[in-house]
Design a protein around this ligand. Structure first.
Ligand SMILES: Cc1cc2nc3c(=O)[nH]c(=O)nc-3n(C[C@H](O)[C@H](O)[C@H](O)COP(=O)(O)O)c2cc1C
Length: 374
């Protein structure tokens, strides 16, 4: 599972893994892949702490950081975060707040206790905090890759990353988006099909990967969306990718430290239970179907708001749902792979079986039908 791209990063496996739990990132790196720490849920100060924890446990191995700089958002570039928060909060209609309360009432979700700590409702998917996160990451010699989701990273950010001697990757769901990334001098294109967990387009991985490989003039492409076992890795490389970018498969690991109820929900879900909905962030994102997504996806109810208002509107509700343990409302971004999740395993076990299946798959290739003689 080595390619020219993984050799460039000094990896044993061309396996790139997105997760927001530092322990998952550490274990992927120890097993020979590149763990990439999702930063959007962290404040810049929390990211610094998480990075220090990763570096204390990773034995000097390289790793990456993923930020979210949306091309289209209601957040304003360069504005102070508190000021931006106040401005955005005023944009949330009362009708939507009432609807949230109605759904919570219907499911018997209690209010937060009076002494509950206020959670974060504006995540770091705004230019101000994402730029601070990039700067923090660029100061760390072992960060070798900065990844961006939701559009081309600003050109000056790409320049800064290159100046620091590091590489930039970006996620795309369409060929024309890939061409925009190339124009912005992004080094690695992550072609992410609709099967993927989180924000996704509507083109399938099988169609998107070769389309993007052919379009980007030799830039390395990572295949993403629905890749979680050795056969899928072999297929991705056969489509012309130089490696795989994975997300959902790590959610069912010990190190991801999910609530027990979530592991139970994964075990009972089918691939069709990973729906593309605007309920979570306001942009279409694949996630577990729940009574919450069903309520937002019902045309009789208010339309989800734009990003980042929808998350702001629902953050406290999500906190209440978790505290109350209301399983029918508990969700997470997740891809269609959820239908094939089996028992919860450690990251090391998952990677060992992926490698073993990859080896078996490649060994069996000569048994495919021979090409017709020409
Ligand atoms: C829980 C979850 C959160 C995600 N959050 C982000 C994110 O913050 N930034 C990002 O670039 N991609 C994010 N993604 C998408 C992943 O980076 C990756 O592209 C996707 O999971 C690949 O498809 P798969 O889910 O089928 O493996 C997220 C995915 C999941 C499952």
């Amino acid at each position: 599972m080595r390619t020219a791209l993984s050799d460039e990063f000094g990896l044993d496996l061309s396996l790139f893994a997105f997760n927001y739990q530092p322990d998952v990132v550490i274990e992927v790196c120890k097993a020979g892949g590149l763990g990439v720490l999702g930063a959007v849920r962290f404040t810049p100060a929390e990211l610094r702490e998480a990075i220090e924890y990763v570096e204390a446990n990773i034995g000097g191995r390289p790793y990456g950081v993923d930020v979210v700089m949306p091309a289209k958002t209601l957040a304003v570039a360069g504005m102070e975060v508190d000021e931006m928060h106040d401005m955005l909060e005023k944009m949330i209609p009362q009708e939507h707040k009432d609807f949230v309360e109605r759904v919570l009432d219907q499911h018997g979700v209690p209010k937060l206790p009076a002494d509950a700590e206020q959670g974060r409702d504006l995540l770091s998917w705004n230019d101000t905090e994402a730029r601070q996160q990039v700067d923090i990451s660029l100061d760390r010699p072992d960060v070798v890759l900065i990844v961006n989701a939701l559009g081309p990273p600003p050109k000056d950010v790409v320049g800064e990353v290159h100046q620091a001697g590091k590489k930039v990757a970006a996620l795309v769901g369409r060929k024309d988006h890939a061409l925009k990334q190339v124009a912005n001098d992004v080094d690695i294109i992550v072609a992410q099909g609709t099967e993927a967990g989180g924000h996704s387009g509507d083109v399938a991985t099988m169609v998107l990967v070769p389309e993007v490989v052919d379009a980007v003039g030799g830039r390395p492409v990572l295949a993403a969306g629905g890749i979680g076992n050795g056969r899928q890795v072999a297929a991705a490389l056969a489509l012309g990718a130089q490696g795989v970018w994975t997300g959902s498969m790590w959610l069912n690991t010990v190190e991801c430290a999910q609530p027990e109820a979530m592991y139970r929900k994964f075990a009972n879900a089918t691939s069709s239970d990973a729906v593309r909905s605007r309920a979570y962030t306001g942009k279409p994102a694949r996630q577990l179907r729940t009574a919450w997504t069903e309520a937002w996806d019902d045309p009789a109810n208010p339309d989800p708001l734009g990003m980042p208002l929808q998350y702001m509107l629902c953050a406290e509700a999500q906190d209440r749902i978790r505290r109350a343990g209301k399983e029918e409302l508990m969700g997470t971004p997740i891809g269609q792979l959820v239908g094939s999740f089996a028992e919860v395993r450690t990251v090391a076990e998952v990677i060992a079986s992926l490698k073993e299946e990859y080896a078996r798959t490649v060994a069996a290739l000569p048994s495919l039908p021979a090409p017709a003689a020409v």
